[in-house]
Design a protein around this ligand. Structure first.
Ligand code: NAD
Length: 356
């Protein structure tokens, strides 16, 4: 297969983990005889430094030409002045809008070898394998905002079609998995949640009658995620609830550095990035965990290029490297040595060469 992939390394550890994903994608291309072309472009703080813009025109043009976009991370103290006219995060928000991606998929799968890295008890974590689908372009983050001297308002707004498209995407994912979908809202208090619940119940009843549906209030969902995480297959929820629940869910796996994400819309082209930020505290030290970025490359192959076997091979290689004892500092057991980013990638690439 021929494919053009835009790489946006960004800031902080972004370039380090993007280099890791790039190396693994090149290895996949060799092993499975594909022709991947890569176009590296600027985004975020490094783009502001070079061009004055967090999302330069050349970057937009490259993303629009490409089959998929991979992002490292954006942001950092250098660009975080609250009074700054341009900020790195604007680049990411604009990129999501340019690409029309409205669903953020975050798979949370506990790897046996890392159970000890999580603060939760092993018996709760065994067999956890879920995907959280978060609405990405609506809700309170995007509604009207007012700030006066003594009051402030954030408007939360949702339209029926915004709810339908994300619930449909989540239900299709559930059909390809264990057939269970949990919708999370706050319908006892919020009008937007009552709309969410009405639309979700009707759509699932009419279009996906075979799916097993559970509905939870967000406060209860936060508790059930820690009490019985194994029961969840696909969770779908609105923007802010998804933001909070996915950070909570990342702790099931032990480190922010482990988790991948895919942002998808109606076209096949998606945006793929590890869920962590630019981690300025460890940038440039060569110790960042590249697993979330490499697992995001697997999602890119699966969702944008339809290369399932290749995606499975990457995921198996990550598990195999971990099973062989490879650990970056964030997931290493106290007192034991750990691998650098490059050494971790070496272990994953050699495991990839051996995966059946
Ligand atoms: P962060 O995710 O960058 O870091 C939180 C903690 O996790 C830090 O201690 C960091 O060292 C550690 N960590 C993160 N990724 C790791 C990895 N791969 N390996 C090992 N350890 C890792 O969050 P933060 O510190 O709140 O934010 C730093 C900057 O990143 C801010 O400017 C923020 O706006 C930005 N940010 C960007 C994105 C994005 O680009 N999508 C997401 C979140 C935060």
């Amino acid at each position: 297969m021929e494919a053009l992939i835009t790489l946006l390394p960004g800031d902080g550890i972004g370039p380090e983990v993007t280099a890791a994903a790039h190396r693994v994608l090149k290895e996949v291309a060799t092993r499975f005889e594909h022709n991947f072309e890569f176009d590296v472009q600027l985004i975020g703080g490094s783009a502001i430094d070079a061009t004055g813009e967090p999302l330069p025109e050349d970057t937009v043009a490259s993303c629009e030409r490409s089959d998929a976009v991979f992002l490292g991370a954006v942001g950092g103290p250098k660009w975080s002045d609250p009074n700054a006219a341009v900020r790195p995060e604007q680049g990411l928000l604009n990129l999501r809008s340019v690409l029309g991606v409205y669903a953020n998929l975050r798979p949370v799968k506990v790897i046996d070898e890392l159970i000890s890295a999580s603060p939760l008890k092993p018996e709760i974590l065994d067999g956890v394998d879920m995907i959280v689908v978060r609405e990405l372009t609506g809700g309170i983050y995007f509604g009207e905002k007012i700030r006066e001297a003594t009051f402030a308002t954030d408007v939360c707004r949702y339209q029926t079609d915004e709810i339908e498209r994300i619930v449909r995407m989540a239900a299709r994912l559930a059909e390809g998995r264990r057939g269970k979908l949990c919708s999370v809202d706050k319908a006892n208090v919020l009008e937007t949640s009552r709309l969410w619940r009405d639309v979700t119940s009707r759509l699932l009843r009419d279009e996906f009658p075979r799916i097993e549906v559970e509905t939870l209030l967000v406060d209860a969902a936060a508790m059930h995620l820690l009490k019985r995480p194994r029961d969840f297959d696909v969770i779908v929820t609105e923007n802010m609830f998804g933001d909070i629940l996915t950070d909570e869910a990342s702790m099931l796996v032990g480190s922010l550095g482990m988790l991948p994400s895919a942002s998808l819309g109606d076209s096949r082209r998606g945006l793929y990035e590890p869920i962590h930020g630019s981690a300025p505290d460890i940038a440039g030290q060569g110790i960042a965990n590249p697993c979330g970025a490499i697992a995001s490359a697997a999602l890119l192959l699966r969702h944008s290029l339809g290369l399932n076997a290749e995606a499975n091979a990457i995921e198996a290689a990550i598990t195999s490297a971990l099973a062989g004892g490879a650990r970056t500092a964030d997931i290493a057991e106290t007192g034991l040595g750990h691998a650098s980013t490059t050494e971790m990638v070496d272990r994953i690439v050699s495991a990839l060469r051996e995966v059946e």
